[in-house]
Structure formats: C-alpha cells, structure tokens
Design a protein around this ligand. Sequence first.
Ligand code: ADP
Ligand code: MG
Length: 372
Amino acid sequence: MTPSSLAASLNPGSTIGILGGGQLGRMLAQAAARIGLHAHIYCPNPEAPAFEVASAQTIATFDDREALQKFARSVDVVTFEFENIPLEAADLVSEQVPLYPNRKALEISQDRGVEKAFIKQLGLNVADWWPIDSADDLANALTQCAAPALLKTRRLGYDGKGQLALDQNSDPAQAFEHIDHQPSVLEKKISFEREISVVLVQGSPNQIDCYDLPCNLHKNGILHSSTVPSGVPEKLDQQAKDAAMKIAAALDYRGILAVEFFVKEDENAPQLIVNEFAPRVHNSGHWTLDACSCNQFENHIRAVAGWPLGATTRHSDAQMTNLLGAQVLDWFELAQHPDVVLHLYGKAGIKAGRKLGHMTKISPIGAKIQTN
Ligand SMILES: Nc1ncnc2c1ncn2[C@@H]1O[C@H](COP(=O)(O)OP(=O)(O)O)[C@@H](O)[C@H]1O
Ligand SMILES: [Mg+2]
C-alpha cells in the first residue's frame, strides 16, 4: 500500500481512521462495524459521541503531531467526519496512510469564497457574491447587490452559524464588527422555491452512484427535515445529479459527497443554484439509514476501503426530522411509534439547537407520509 492511494480493498478486520467524533463519526463507526471493519476515532473532545461505538480512540487536538502520527500508523486508511480538519493535520496523516476524500476536496470546502469560485468555474450557477475583507468592501458590495443578502464568514460556519442577514439599510461597519472582522463573503439572498441536495458516492473512478434527492427544509439556518421523494421534476432531478457528479469528477473524489442546491422559479424552467458542497456524509442523507439498501455511512466506508459500492436503491418513502435540543425529550413517545425509526446520538447535555438525534418516518413507496 502506498501512502497516497489504496492499492487494494481492505480486508474485514482492517481499521478505518476517522478524524472527528461527532454524530457523523459515530454513525460511520457503526457502519464500519456492520461490515467487519474497525473504526479508530480521533477527536479532541473526551465526551465525543463516536468514542463509545469505536474499537479505538485517540483523545488529542488536531495540532498534536505526535498523536496524529501515532494514529496514522495504527490505521489502514483515514477519512473525516467534518470539513474543518486543519490541512496540516490532514497532510501529516496522509504522509503515512491514504486519506479519502482527498486534500483538494477538504481545502476547497473550507473556504466559501474558494468553493464558490471553483463551482462557478465548472459552469454551474452560484448566488451572486462578493469577497469581504473590510467594512468598505461590505459597503460597496451592499450597493452592488441592491437586494437582501447574507454575510457569511468564509471559514468554520455550520448550521447557519457565522451568518448575518443584511439589506441596503444595514450599517456595514456594525455588520462587519458583528462577525468579528473575519474574512467573509456577501451573498445575494435567493428567493428559492425549495432546497434539495444530492448525496452521491464515488468509489473507484468508474464507480459512482447518487441516492434519490431529498427536499430539505431549514429553520434558522439548521436542517429541520429531509423528505424523499423530493417532488422535483425528473429533468431538474437529473440536472442536479449531473452537477454533483461534475463536482465529484473535478475533485477526483472518493467517498460520500453532498451538494446543496436552491431551486428557483424562473419564467421558462426552474433554475438550479449550487449553495455549497460537503466532502463527507451529510445530514440530508440520514434517511438512507432506514430507507435504502446500503446507507450513506456504509457506502462512505465501502468507498474509502476500496470495496464495491452498495446499492443506493430506495425501498421506502421517508421523512427525516432532526431532534434539536429539548426535542430529544420526546424519545419515549417517538420510540412507541411503529413508523418511526429513532436515532439518538448519546450526547451529554441538552443545549438549544444542538443536534441530539433524528427520527425517520418511513412508509411504503407511494403511500403518503403522515406529517404532524
Ligand atoms: N444565498 C442564500 N439565499 C437564501 N437562503 C440562504 C442563502 N444562503 C443560505 N441560506 C439558507 O441558510 C441555510 C444554511 O446556509 P449554508 O450556506 O448552507 O450554511 P451552513 O454551512 O451553515 O449549512 C441554507 O440551507 C438556506 O436555507
Ligand atoms: Mg448548508
């Protein structure tokens, strides 16, 4: 095995190293165990929910070179569950062991400006945007945008954090102060008809497959629910898949890739605008756990381990709803519901807006899902 790429499939009993120990790392570790692979979780937080379901744990920071090197020596391949792994950590690890998805995908996804430029250069639509490094930049951009807009930090934003809604009357100095003068982008607000995402899996270059598209509803910038089927017309569905596959090809990708889109009504035909991509398993793909032959977590593990991909075929209609903060207290009632599959992440402490679990309502294909 060379450090840069996997020469063959990993045998059962091999170990997948996972950088990050949140709920995504937890579900990746569970998926690995299902197919006889071990997971070694690396995470600075001693209470990380992935630790209890993994066969090995390293509690260390992402700048601990010694711990990273030791971790890399103990695993057969490395992947990550969030895109804000410092590049230095990823580089250090990949000197010893293959890293999937690759550095390019990680680097581009870490900066909203770089990401938008990359997507645009592939010929795909993104919202009009302006790079912001000062209050003056913001004043000019707000004038040019001449519409409601969102100021977003270029780095480290998630679940709507690091974002501020602005309009022409907003005070640029105050707004820039509000985000601590961080390098940002101003993005025109899209009045979308709905949001959808493509969750695809890429194994070896000729192995690629997309899950059915969910329609995603966000509340306060956080994903509330994902519903499949999405109800978008077939042509648009295919356009979204083609766009996502174009991004995967340009990234020389391996693993699960999620691409978020806005669907905008247009006089002629609905228009697709790429919002962002995530080089990892994604919240809008959680429904695949309960409604597909092979879910996104197992397919990510299969892809990074060089295994044949599992079928993405959907056997049920599904609606996934996140359980945020105190919503998780309804677990007993939800656990009694025959059509609900309940997932709790084992996190300590209830905090408003924190993702503590999710539930998936499933029903036979074509039967209408009962929503509350
Ligand atoms: N330009 C935009 N126009 C309209 N809504 C937006 C725009 N950008 C973000 N949003 C809303 O906020 C949500 C979160 O924003 P996003 O850029 O995806 O950040 P995060 O990295 O936190 O997921 C989006 O899914 C969408 O609902
Ligand atoms: Mg998003």
